[in-house]
Design a protein around this ligand. Structure first.
Ligand SMILES: *[C@@H]1O[C@H](CO)[C@@H](O)[C@H](O)[C@H]1NC(C)=O
Ligand SMILES: *[C@@H]1O[C@H](CO)[C@@H](O)[C@H](O)[C@H]1NC(C)=O
Ligand SMILES: *[C@@H]1O[C@H](CO)[C@@H](O)[C@H](O)[C@H]1NC(C)=O
Ligand SMILES: *[C@@H]1O[C@H](CO)[C@@H](O)[C@H](O)[C@H]1NC(C)=O
Ligand SMILES: *[C@@H]1O[C@H](CO)[C@@H](O)[C@H](O)[C@H]1NC(C)=O
Ligand SMILES: *[C@@H]1O[C@H](CO)[C@@H](O)[C@H](O)[C@H]1NC(C)=O
Ligand SMILES: *[C@@H]1O[C@H](CO)[C@@H](O)[C@H](O)[C@H]1NC(C)=O
Ligand SMILES: *[C@@H]1O[C@H](CO)[C@@H](O)[C@H](O)[C@H]1NC(C)=O
Ligand SMILES: *[C@@H]1O[C@H](CO)[C@@H](O)[C@H](O)[C@H]1NC(C)=O
Length: 892
């Protein structure tokens, strides 16, 4: 009995002893242990049980731990992995004593901040998970002791921002996850120190701004996820440091812009996800530098415009998602927009707005094996459209709108030969007989014309003048005629808010056609470009040719020439400059023509760069209206300036004393020049000469003709000339000699003919004045039947030199300019004489030849009562003109 008691006591003591020993060595009662692993999860624990010291891996997840649990681990010096997920912890426990700990998981607790003092210096923790807590705050330097951290997960917290330099000591960190927080800005250098980071996930935050240099120092990051944020644009600035990046995902942001050159610093990118953004357009340089890109996801954007060069840089691309965009004309009208994508294998264009496929749409896509064109209402596919897709196996095509006219029959055979039928489920919509029939089952026997729109009038290229309105016209018809819609496009984008007039005209070869007129009411430079109209009906879409509209602006003067008056010998400067687009060309004219006396004499200089026009050593011949014309394709404008050259009155030649035999005639000359033309006054013995029957002035009063000189005609003749610049005088003596007896048979004498040919220079022209006069004496018995006088004058021998421009200095009346003679000539021209009813009649027959305007000048020079009846054109004074003329009597 006592023995039994003793044994019992011993047993109890033993048991107590072992249980005392067990306190730190045995698996806790409610937990499961396997070697160094203690699993206390899902045990409704409210506090940490006694855990054996040998534990290396401890799972306390799914309990109700809420108080500080630090005491419970204090002695677990071997602990390596600790899981405390799904408890109600309010703070991070203290790990100061756990010097073996490597992995801590605190997901799904109620921790609201990361403070200092949780981790010992050089903490051994490599993985720390704090997902799904309520962390709002991370104290500055809080992670400083976690120098061995490799993975840090902070997903699903309430972080709005992170303190700067937070990761300065995490040079070993490889994975950082911050998904589902509320971070809105990534400031520059935020991630400084993360030199080993390979993966950064910041999806589902509120990031709007990524500041320049935000990822600087990310030498090793290969995966960056920024999906589901509010990023609006991509710029090069935040790409610094991403040289190792191979995968970048930016789906579900608000990106509408990708700056050119953005990718210059991350040329190793292989996968780029830009799906679910707001991209409208892919330009030639949008993906520049992405030479290694393999996968590009652009699905679910608003892309409608793809430039010809858009994909020319990313030739390594193997997968391209362009589904759920607004692509139409890229495939309908462009030639080879994807032609550089020769490595592409998977190409998704489903759910776009593609209605037809042009023959060149898929040019160059020689490796594509899978092409998805579903959810496009495709009506027509041009012949050869799939020719280059030689590796195509899966063509996904499920349009129910196919226009199964003769133009589509090629598809039937092609599908049969080339691709797996089951993916091509497209059916016909037209003609009615085959509506609903799968294309692969189409028969070739009866097919008809295409009812798609046909363009009759394409818009035309033209120059449009700025600030005016411009029109572009597009006409189309279809058979059968159906409602057509017109769309206007400019530079491969739609014309925004177009002013369009549309109408239907019923007669064009009996066929109706519809017309759309695009009106640009007030043309500005931004309106230049290539315009195209796109005509659709329910059967399909047709594209017009592109019309180039260039904008020009009308020339406008910035400097106009002004009227100038100079004296001879001075320099004339005329200014003229104009603007316009294209810049107008300036040209000059003188008196509406291109003859510039100053140019011939090399006194003129046009300086286009300075808009200046010079005449040096001005002469009276330079006088006139100078017109400056500014011309460009928009039009021409003109400005005029009058050049006046003043010249003192002067005598061309010294007047000569003359002698005349009584009864004969004499011509006194006073050849003058000056500008303005001097007023000429003849004085005889000091008194002005008035014209009489015997005294005539001609050639602008430069010639005084005295007919039938009488003795009282002798005297001093003075010529006085005056203009604004002064007055000059010259004087001669006329002697009248006694008459000489001439024996003439009166009957044979029809008249005395005196010819005076005077060569003179007036103004710019050399004028030959031929004065022929004859006196006629009344003859008895012939008075009443006085016949019309007939003077025959035969000319004309003159020089070939047809443009005498200068007055030769050596010209002498005697040497060359005066000639007379009588006699017949072989070449004869008849001139009717001037009928006369006067008994004593003087006929002046003045012929004038002026190099520029012979006839009018001739009239001016004539005494008003006479009409010219002979015109002799002599063009030079140097070569003497030879005249011969005869006079013969009429019926006398
Ligand atoms: C780092 O550890 C040291 C000592 O182990 C401690 O004093 C310090 O507060 C810790 N720092 C942080 C930020 O936890
Ligand atoms: C922490 O690590 C650094 C660098 O390795 C070392 O200089 C320092 O002494 C360590 N501190 C402790 C407390 O071990
Ligand atoms: C975009 O495409 C890539 C490549 O197929 C794919 O991995 C990714 O999930 C796509 N993104 C979205 C948001 O669908
Ligand atoms: C074509 O396929 C797409 C994608 O599978 C689908 O959403 C669409 O409804 C289909 N259209 C037709 C007409 O079957
Ligand atoms: C395609 O055709 C279907 C049926 O005709 C229509 O409901 C749908 O709106 C069309 N889609 C487009 C993008 O035009
Ligand atoms: C064309 O459209 C007009 C108005 O949109 C409609 O009244 C007319 O019936 C249509 N004609 C045809 C042939 O569809
Ligand atoms: C239709 O437009 C054309 C082209 O502008 C025009 O010539 C024609 O007069 C218009 N017809 C009607 C009925 O307005
Ligand atoms: C220039 O001269 C012309 C002709 O003499 C005259 O009609 C015009 O008004 C003048 N212009 C100016 C600006 O004086
Ligand atoms: C300028 O001069 C030219 C020729 O001289 C003439 O045809 C034109 O009408 C003039 N223009 C003006 C604006 O005076």
């Amino acid at each position: 009995m006592g023995n039994f008691l003793l044994i019992t006591i011993i047993t109890i003591v033993f048991l107590i002893q072992t249980s005392l020993q067990n306190e730190n060595n045995e698996c806790p009662q409610r937990c499961d242990c396997l070697e160094q692993y203690v699993d206390c999860s899902r045990k409704n624990l409210v506090s940490v049980p006694r855990i054996p010291k040998w534990v290396e891996q401890l799972d306390l997840s799914y309990n109700k731990l809420s108080n500080d649990v630090t005491e419970g681990f204090k002695e677990l010096l071997s602990l390596k992995i600790l899981k405390l997920d799904k408890n109600t912890l309010l703070r991070i426990p203290n790990f100061l004593y756990l010097n073996q700990i490597q992995e801590v998981s605190l997901n799904r607790n109620s921790i609201s901040s990361i403070d200092t003092n949780h981790f010992p210096e050089n903490s051994t923790i490599k993985t720390l998970s704090l997902n799904s807590n309520r962390i709002k705050l991370i104290k500055e330097g809080a992670l400083n002791n976690l120098t061995n951290l490799i993975t840090l997960k902070l997903n699903r917290n309430e972080l709005v921002s992170l303190p700067n330099h937070l990761f300065m000591h995490q040079s070993n960190l490889k994975v950082l996850e911050l998904n589902h927080n509320k971070i809105h800005v990534i400031s520059g250098l935020l991630f400084q120190g993360l030199s080993s980071l390979t993966t950064l996930k910041i999806k589902f935050n509120n990031i709007e701004n990524i500041l320049d240099g935000a990822f600087f120092g990310f030498k090793s990051v290969s995966l960056l996820q920024l999906d589901h944020n509010r990023i609006k644009s991509i710029s090069k600035g935040w790409m610094y440091g991403l040289e190792s990046l191979t995968t970048l995902s930016l789906s579900n942001n608000l990106i509408s812009q990708i700056d050119f050159g953005s990718w210059e610093l991350c040329t190793n990118l292989e996968t780029l996800d830009l799906s679910h953004n707001y991209l409208l357009e892919i330009e030639g340089r949008t993906f520049q530098h992405l030479n290694n890109l393999h996968i590009l996801n652009l699905s679910n954007n608003n892309i409608s415009a793809i430039s010809q060069e858009a994909f020319s840089q990313i030739i390594q691309l193997q997968t391209l998602f362009l589904n759920n965009n607004k692509i139409s004309w890229t495939v309908e009208d462009m030639s080879g927009p994807f032609s550089k994508l020769q490595n592409l294998i998977i190409f998704n264009l489903s759910a776009n707005h593609i209605k037809s496929i042009s023959s060149r749409a898929f040019e160059g896509l020689s490796n594509v094996a899978e092409l998805d064109l579903r959810a496009n209402n495709i009506t027509s596919i041009q012949h050869h459209a799939f020719d280059s897709l030689s590796k195509l196996r899966k063509l996904y095509l499920n349009s129910t709108s196919l226009l199964c006219d003769c133009n589509l029959l090629w598809m039937v055979k092609w599908i049969r030969d080339k691709v797996e039928h089951k993916y091509v489920t497209a059916t016909c919509a037209y003609p009615a007989e085959v509506r609903g029939v799968t294309i692969a089952k189409l028969k070739e026997d009866n097919c008809g014309d295409s009812p798609k729109p046909k363009i009759i009038e394409h818009p035309k290229s033209h120059l449009a003048i700025k600030n005016r309105s411009a029109n572009l016209i597009c006409s189309a018809t279809s058979n059968p005629f159906s409602n057509m819609t017109f769309l206007w496009r400019k530079n491969n984008g739609n014309v925004s808010n177009p002013a369009v007039y549309e109408n239907i005209t019923l007669v064009e070869n009996g066929k109706p056609h519809a017309t759309s007129v695009l009106v640009i009411p007030d043309v500005s430079h931004s309106d230049s470009g290539k315009y195209q109209c796109v005509v659709s009906n329910k059967f399909g879409t047709t594209y017009s040719t592109k019309a180039k509209v260039n904008i020009v602006t009308f020339p406008r003067f910035i400097k106009t020439p002004t009227n100038v008056t100079v004296k001879t010998g001075e320099t004339v400067t005329l200014n003229c400059a104009a603007t316009g687009d294209p810049p107008p060309e300036i040209s000059w004219k003188k008196d509406g023509g291109n003859d510039f006396p100053a140019a011939r004499e090399r006194r003129m200089n046009v300086m286009p760069t300075d808009h200046l026009f010079f005449i040096v050593n001005a002469k009276t011949t330079d006088m006139g209206i100078y017109s400056c014309a500014a011309k460009n394709p928009a039009g021409v404008i003109m400005a005029n300036a009058t050049l006046t050259v003043l010249q003192e009155p002067s005598f061309i030649r010294v007047m000569e004393n003359k002698e005349v035999i009584t009864g004969e005639s004499v011509v006194l000359q006073c050849m003058i020049t000056g500008s303005p033309k001097p007023v000429l006054k003849w004085l005889k013995n000091g008194t002005p000469i008035v014209p009489t029957e015997r005294h005539y002035f001609t050639a602008d009063d430069q010639l005084l003709v005295i007919i039938g000189a009488e003795s009282n005609d002798a005297g001093q003749y003075e010529c006085e000339i005056t203009n604004e610049l002064g007055t000059k005088k010259d004087m001669i003596e006329l002697k009248v000699l006694p008459p000489v007896a001439i024996m003439v048979k009166e009957e044979d004498m029809t008249g005395i003919i005196i010819i005076t040919i005077v060569c003179c220079a007036v103004g710019t022209s050399i004028i030959w004045v031929v004065i022929i006069y004859h006196t006629r004496r009344r003859m008895a018995g012939a008075v009443h039947t006085y016949p019309s006088e007939s003077v025959k004058m035969t000319q004309v021998v003159h020089s070939d030199n047809d443009s005498p421009h200068m007055f030769p200095d050596n010209l002498s009346e005697h040497s060359s300019c005066k000639d007379s003679g009588t006699g017949d000539s072989a070449k004869q021209t008849s001139f009717d004489g001037v009928p006369s009813d006067r008994t004593e009649q003087v006929h002046f027959e003045t012929a004038v030849c002026q190099s520029y305007s012979p006839v009018p000048e001739a009239h001016k020079l004539l005494p008003s009562s006479f009409k010219p009846s002979i015109q002799v054109c002599v063009n030079t004074c140097v070569t003497p003109a030879t005249y011969s003329f005869s006079s013969h009597s009429g019926n006398v």
